[in-house]
Design a protein around this ligand. Sequence first.
Ligand SMILES: NC(=O)c1ccc[n+]([C@@H]2O[C@H](COP(=O)([O-])OP(=O)(O)OC[C@H]3O[C@@H](n4cnc5c(N)ncnc54)[C@H](O)[C@@H]3O)[C@@H](O)[C@H]2O)c1
Length: 388
Amino acid sequence: MTKIKIAVIGLGVMGSQHARDINTLENTELAGICDTNQATVDKYANLYDVPGFNNHIDLLDQANLDAIIIATPHNSHPVIAMDAFKRSIHVLIEKPIAVHVQAAQEMIAAYEQALRHNPKLLFAAMFQQRTYGFWQKIKSLIDDGELGHLMRTTWIITDWFRTQSYYDNGGWRATWKGEGGGVLLNQCPHNIDLYQWFVGMPKRITGFAAIGKYHTIEVEDEVTAYLEYENGMIGHLITSTAESPGTNRLEIVGEKGKLVFENGDLTFYRNRVSSFDFIKTSTSGFAHVENWKIEIPYKHHGQPGHKIVIENFANALLNGEALIATAVEGINSLMLGNAIMLSFFLKQPVDLPIDAEAYAAKLQTLIANSRFEKVVVERDVTDVGSSF
Ligand SMILES: NC(=O)c1ccc[n+]([C@@H]2O[C@H](COP(=O)([O-])OP(=O)(O)OC[C@H]3O[C@@H](n4cnc5c(N)ncnc54)[C@H](O)[C@@H]3O)[C@@H](O)[C@H]2O)c1
């Protein structure tokens, strides 16, 4: 079988796992590695017997490769991707695709430009949760119209608990300059991507956030957002890295019933008739719509899913398989996260698409005014699995 030659850039918590996965898949081959930390370069170049580089330009120019996976801190994603596009090298980018919408727009414009020279150039995003059986089942139930007209989508995702030790590891984490945000940018992008994958983008967002409320950090660790949709649906996103035990409960309500996902159970309260019709036609003031409680079965592979996304990326190159997630779609989750924070900063609702320039400028001001002194305590990362 032909193997796609992929290099990994950024061999930290995530990238080191990608390198291992590439090495074990049948349709991929590790073609090189790159990290700005020379000790990391030496470690993984020796481990996999591949060329190692301490800057991405040398890797792109000198390694013999078809594609790269970018697993560096978020703010360096766009520049590395754009350097790859210039060389017609395919890109699989980690989430979030960028720190702010303006940077993502610039990167997508560069990709579209490169597509003119190579219409087969791929730009995929690592949204591995889209491969999970329960999320796919929820998406198909909504797409098939099982809930009818949607009324409310509420997702409480407060099971992203992180300790101070987590934040203290890695100088870039949880700072405006290094990371560009907190829970919305690091832990939540998967949920926010799924949210928009399920029910699309809202027209207006009102966001509330708390900065370093429970951790010594300068970015948000607790967020609540209210989302308004063109079709009348309302949404809520609630997240935190400080609740233990946390909650992960998704409720999607439509005229034809309610879907609830919590603790692995997918429950559908299916209305016998449309609640909209019932509101209009029932002669009883207190009657409820008859509903049936159905436990929806689903199949789930039970893996973290990154390996499936890498395999899909290679298959897309080898035989045109559809991508699980294009990176261009990745701008939606970024738009939602940025919009929540912009609303919080402005203390008012914001319409979408947001003013990307204004948000980028706000971020620059936060970076320029930062007085936060980060105490970095490096630790050996052994609990990779709990990172996603
Ligand atoms: N998809 C997922 O489930 C998932 C899980 C964890 C992290 N991530 C994403 O992966 C990215 C990296 O996160 P992490 O936790 O692995 O971080 P990390 O700090 O553990 O690793 C980052 C690595 O990149 C290197 N690096 C920094 N700048 C670089 C540059 N310009 N060129 C080359 N190497 C550079 C660092 O030396 C470090 O080794 C982030 O964007 C994060 O959101 C995704």
